[in-house]
Design a protein around this ligand. Structure first.
Ligand SMILES: Nc1nc2c(c(=O)[nH]1)N[C@H]1C(S)=C(S)[C@@H](COP(=O)(O)OP(=O)(O)OC[C@H]3O[C@@H](n4cnc5c(=O)[nH]c(N)nc54)[C@H](O)[C@@H]3O)O[C@H]1N2
Ligand SMILES: Nc1nc2c(c(=O)[nH]1)N[C@H]1C(S)=C(S)[C@@H](COP(=O)(O)OP(=O)(O)OC[C@H]3O[C@@H](n4cnc5c(=O)[nH]c(N)nc54)[C@H](O)[C@@H]3O)O[C@H]1N2
Ligand code: SF4
Ligand SMILES: [Mo]
Length: 669
């Protein structure tokens, strides 16, 4: 049987896929030729999804070995749910809801399976997890500047005449933008990549500008400086659309290219050329990535960059302006999704466990501290849609927390991740073609619906099923917790908005995906507002005494965060093990040669990796691509042993690309 489903992964492309199932088992994945953005191809990763499925968890299990050892025995769902409910009840009675913490992110982007489990946690007054690991620095920066998170329609990008890919490796992380970039180029557009190291996107681009990590705001100001100086700004547009321009212009005056060159490492001539070309092209499409926000000053850096297209009036033209995300275009009614209304405070409640609008909030980037330092302490951790042992900063302390004997850890997963090894109860979750769900996208403007294509294999269950069952056992009365996926979707779509006119669940079920009713061409900020004030601050990423290099840990082409990191063919195609990219100059100073094992030290910890000496990174910058599973590293330690809980300037985001490190050859005693 062959049928359509949306790819559930945390990727802007939200592809429409054609799945072949043989006796309920996924055997083949193809891209849907009907979908205007998917255009008939998937990606190097998702073609391998069937191999991922072969590693799946099939039954509930209870720990028998020590924490972290990964020894389990099979139990029934009835036993698992009864025992977990009993432990939770005891914690709720003695310590209250705040002693319970859900840890979840975007293993699936389906709104129902991603968000609706939170209705359970909100109904018992659990600590609220702030979902900050990825996008909040960017979101906060965008919202301060433009408001809703949306931008040009990628399908109109062929109209652009100048394309800036800034702080994004889009050929790897947003690969369905590529055909539109190629078409723009065929029509005469130039493509420029701004990134501290050379990756597939730099090789695709006509020009690659390398800059020191975390110095983007200075580069943006120098470009603005030149645009003002050469009178290449669109005053007419700015008069109508901009607010607070004077203060910004004042700041830009302080950044002549010579000053920015000293900080960013970008030659002044490159800045002058770039500014001239931007100003002359006007039809500029700037694609910014979350990559550039993962620095202490990442929010301000992004703000500085996304103001540039406004200076040249790019928002007047189809396919032009700036794009971080399209997610703000989906006008859904999220009030009841995941029981958000329970946080509003006015909720009449029944029963004994109470929602708590003033509940403790925990930033997910600070899991290490939450598990080891927080008082009153977390007594139960419930992990789903995430692999925190590997993806969260400061793994050493995360592990210390997960080893606590007084912590109940439940992991609801599709595959036996390294987080799962620390579970007291390990529960099997369904895959995206086994449960219904509604999908938006953060890279295009299509809504979609997945109908289950087969019965779940083994005893796997959707996340929402697990939390409904626990809710029943705890006697929770909150009605939205018991909604079906269809009821959740109906509630989400219950909005009177022109973008959603004529779009309902019935139609989504029939057609699979439907585009929002956007005006054509889509010129969202043609009349602004563009808020230049307060002017972005320049907050460069700093090295530390003894740690003179900056480590970047950007996505690998063939993994999606840690998803696919256990698929042998993809691991091999990524080189079999994680490698540290280091510039020949930095390598030579340290006596490091190609293939040598090296220690990488940061204030948080130390790992061992094989060195790859290459001119790809900027000198002073080292790169480790991919959040690899720990087991592939020479020392069995993931890269987040090095990263810190430091938050971004805006939005409480993660700072994965700003780690000060030193590297030295490993000498065996
Ligand atoms: N193949 C693949 N695709 C993915 C993912 C994956 O893991 N693999 N992850 C998905 C997820 S969760 C996300 S959030 C998205 C986006 O994932 P992100 O992590 O935001 O990746 P990108 O946006 O591509 O940005 C990465 C680029 O930013 C660059 N960068 C780092 N610091 C700086 C800086 O200071 N300035 C500038 N100019 N550049 C900098 C890095 O060198 C890298 O090339 O991709 C999604 N798609
Ligand atoms: N050093 C470093 N660390 C990083 C990053 C980086 O660039 N560098 N990137 C960061 C970013 S951008 C992000 S978004 C985070 C991502 O962190 P996570 O969201 O934790 O992403 P994954 O590692 O892909 O893990 C998702 C897990 O969810 C599971 N899953 C999928 N679908 C379901 C489901 O329906 N139910 C259940 N119960 N489980 C499911 C998958 O099997 C997988 O193990 O990592 C961050 N960590
Ligand atoms: S991971 Fe991204 S590019 Fe690959 S199939 Fe899924 S949505 Fe498409
Ligand atoms: Mo992410």
């Amino acid at each position: 049987m062959k049928a359509r489903a949306t790819c559930p992964l945390d990727c802007p492309d939200a592809c429409s896929l054609l799945l072949t199932l043989e006796e309920g088992r996924l055997s083949r994945v193809e891209g849907d030729p009907r979908h205007p953005v998917t255009q008939g191809f998937a990606c190097a990763k998702t073609y391998r999804y069937p191999e991922r499925v072969r590693e799946r968890l099939l039954y509930p299990m209870r720990r028998v070995g020590k924490k972290g050892e990964g020894r389990f025995e099979r139990i029934s769902w009835e036993e698992a749910l009864e025992e977990i409910a009993e432990r939770l009840r005891a914690i709720l009675d003695t310590h209250g809801g705040e002693a319970i913490l859900p840890y979840h992110y975007a293993g699936t982007m389906g709104l129902v399976e991603n968000q609706h489990p939170l209705a359970f946690f909100r109904a018992i007054g659990a600590s609220e997890l702030e979902e900050t690991i990825c996008s909040t620095a960017g979101s906060a920066a965008w919202e301060m500047t433009y408001g809703p998170r949306l931008g040009p329609d990628p399908e109109e990008v062929p109209e652009a005449r100048y394309i800036l890919l800034w702080g994004i490796n889009s050929l790897s992380t947003n690969s369905h933008l590529t055909p539109f970039l190629k078409e723009a180029r065929r029509r005469g557009a130039k493509v420029v990549h701004i990134d501290p190291y050379e990756n597939p996107t730099s090789r695709f681009a006509d020009e690659h500008i390398k800059l020191r990590p975390g110095t983007d705001a200075a580069l943006a100001y120098a470009l603005a400086h030149l645009l003002f100086r050469e009178n290449l700004v669109d005053w007419e547009y700015l008069k109508e659309a901009a607010t607070g321009l004077e203060a910004f212009q004042e700041e830009a005056r302080k950044w002549p290219p010579e000053r920015a060159e000293a900080l960013t490492g970008v030659p002044k001539e490159a800045m002058e050329r770039l500014a001239r070309e931007l100003g002359e092209a006007k039809r500029v499409f700037l694609r910014v990535g979350y990559g550039m926000t993962r620095h202490p000053g990442g929010g301000n850096a992004l703000r500085a960059a996304i103001l540039l297209p406004a200076l040249v009036g790019a928002w007047r033209y189809p396919g032009c302006g700036a794009l971080l995300s399209t997610s703000g275009a989906f006008p859904l009614n999220k009030r009841f999704l995941g029981g958000r209304h329970l946080l509003e405070g006015s909720h009449p409640h029944e029963g004994y466990f109470r929602p708590n609008p003033r509940v403790r909030r925990i930033n997910m980037n600070q899991l290490a501290s939450a598990l080891t330092r927080l008082a009153p302490s977390i007594r139960a951790l419930f992990v789903f849609n995430s692999n925190p042992l590997v993806v969260a900063p400061d793994t050493g302390r995360v592990k210390e927390g997960l080893l606590r004997e007084d912590l109940l850890t439940v992991v609801l997963e599709q595959v036996p991740t390294e987080t799962a090894l620390y579970a007291d109860y390990l529960l099997p979750a369904t895959f995206f073609y086994e449960h219904p769900d509604l999908y938006t996208s953060y890279g295009h403007y299509y809504l979609s619906w997945n109908e289950p294509l087969t019965e779940p294999e083994g005893e796997a269950k959707p996340n929402t099923w697990v939390f409904r069952e626990l809710g029943r056992r705890l006697g929770l009365k909150e009605p939205t917790l018991y909604w079906t996926a269809e009821e959740v979707a109906e509630s989400l779509l219950d909005v009177d908005h022109p973008y959603l006119a004529g779009i309902n669940l019935k139609r989504l079920k029939e057609e699979g995906f439907v585009k929002l009713n956007l005006p054509k061409p889509f010129l969202p900020f043609r009349n602004g507002p563009v808020r230049f004030s307060p002017p972005p601050e320049v907050i460069p990423t700093q090295t530390l005494p003894g740690y003179p290099l900056i480590l970047l840990t950007p996505p690998a082409h063939r993994f999606l965060n840690t998803t696919y990191g256990n698929v042998q063919a993809l691991v091999e195609a990524e080189g079999g093990e994680p490698r540290l990219l280091i510039h020949p100059k930095d390598a030579e100073e340290r006596g490091i040669t190609e293939g040598m094992l090296v220690y990488i030290h940061s204030p948080q910890g130390r790992v061992v990796r094989k060195a790859k000496v290459t001119e790809a990174p900027m000198p002073g910058t080292v790169v480790l691509e991919g959040t690899w599973w720990e087991k592939w590293a020479p020392d069995g330690k993931g890269i987040n042993h090095l990263t810190a809980e430091t938050l971004t300037d805006l939005g409480g985001g993660s700072t994965f690309h700003s780690t000060p490190v030193e590297v030295e050859p490993l000498r065996l005693a």
